[in-house]
Write a protein that binds this ligand. Structure first.
Ligand code: NAD
Length: 322
């Protein structure tokens, strides 16, 4: 079986692909990645008998067409993120997340691809004060990033409705773990502290996120690809819900420093207060269950950043525009 994985030079996609390649008898994988500021070839093996790396843009119909011609299934990770940066301008987000997804869907349709997994985010539901969003909750994205992801989810589901294509959508809570680009909050904080620098905490630090280990997310995606149903959405959560202040406290403890290393900074525009997904559908239908507990997950993540300074130093000061 040949699988096209987009955006697998990034954090989650590379974790997913390394997992597939480690499995004896797993699928052959073609990676299509533009290598933006967030992607690095170093996240994947230099060579592997079941891996082909294609440097290309998901918005380029010719590159997508060539890559799609050889595969039966697609797992689509490539995206512009995070929400913070999208508040400074949404153009790149709409281009990659909406137009890129539509380019992939068109090619998948033309080539009769069997299954298309659209990897999305809990942020499409918007902020929720109490309780957790089920899959049928209305979409109320609060940032250009989440609006572009919501648009790409709807496009993907429309290809199922219109053409009967086997599209499956996953919506996951916030991920952490090794290989995460150091502009995201957990690796930013860890690497700042490892460099002896202060960490910037938004507003009053009371925004709440559910933190899930990246390997648990990848396990959920694999269950959706192999056991999910066409046209269905699956929330993937079950991590640890923390305020940003609580998250900061855990990272400070693991790094052995105190609150004097924290600088409170102006909150970002339109910052969602709380995200939380209800993942009972994935548990009941697919047997999904997260295995990593947060404390040991964050300790091993800090240990990884401690021992991979060359990896993050090469990325940390990359300028963002793509
Ligand atoms: P990332 O920024 O680490 O990686 C994105 C990858 O996509 C990079 O390798 C980049 O080079 C590539 N890419 C970007 N634009 C491209 C284009 N036009 N053509 C080809 N490749 C392109 O992102 P991530 O954190 O690994 O997220 C992967 C997916 O998971 C995204 O779709 C994101 O919305 C979703 N997601 C992320 C989280 C999270 O906490 N990080 C949570 C839920 C869902």
């Amino acid at each position: 079986m040949n699988l096209l994985v987009t955006g697998a030079a990034g954090f989650i996609g590379s974790t997913y692909v390394r997992g597939l390649l480690a499995r004896p008898g797993g699928p052959r994988v073609t990676v299509l990645d533009r290598l933006t500021h967030a992607g690095t070839r170093d996240n994947l093996p230099d060579s592997h008998p079941r891996l082909e790396f294609v440097h290309g843009d998901i918005c380029d119909p010719a590159a997508v067409d060539r890559a799609m011609a050889r595969v039966q299934q697609v797992v689509h990770f490539a995206a512009e993120s995070p929400a913070d940066r999208s508040t400074e301008g949404g153009g790149a987000f709409v281009r990659t997340n909406v137009l890129g997804t539509q380019t992939l869907l068109e090619a998948a349709l033309r080539h009769g691809v069997e299954t298309f997994v659209q990897v999305s985010t809990d942020e499409v539901y918007g902020s929720i004060k109490a309780g957790s969003w089920p899959e049928e909750h209305p979409l109320r994205p609060g940032s250009p990033y989440s609006a572009s992801k919501a648009s790409s989810d709807l496009l993907a589901l429309a290809y199922h409705q219109t053409h009967g294509m086997d599209v499956r959508v996953t919506r996951c809570s916030h991920n952490y773990g090794p290989h995460q680009f150091p502009e995201k909050v957990i690796p930013l904080f860890i690497t700042n502290l490892l460099e002896g620098k202060k960490v910037p905490l938004y507003g009053d630090g009371l925004n709440v996120r559910d933190w899930l280990h990246v390997e648990d997310h990848c396990h959920g995606i694999e269950l959706v690809r192999t056991k999910g149903r066409p046209g269905e959405i699956y929330n993937i959560g079950g991590g640890t819900e923390l305020t940003n202040k609580e998250l900061t406290s855990v990272i400070l403890d693991v790094c052995g420093v105190g609150w004097d290393m924290v600088e409170f900074v102006t909150d970002r525009k339109g910052h969602d207060l709380r995200h939380s997904v209800n993942w009972t559908k994935a548990r009941a239908e697919l047997g999904y269950f997260p295995l990593h507990d947060f404390e040991s997950g964050i300790a091993t993540t800090v240990a990884w950043y401690r021992t991979h300074r060359a990896w993050w130093r090469a990325l940390k000061h990359r300028v963002v525009p793509t």
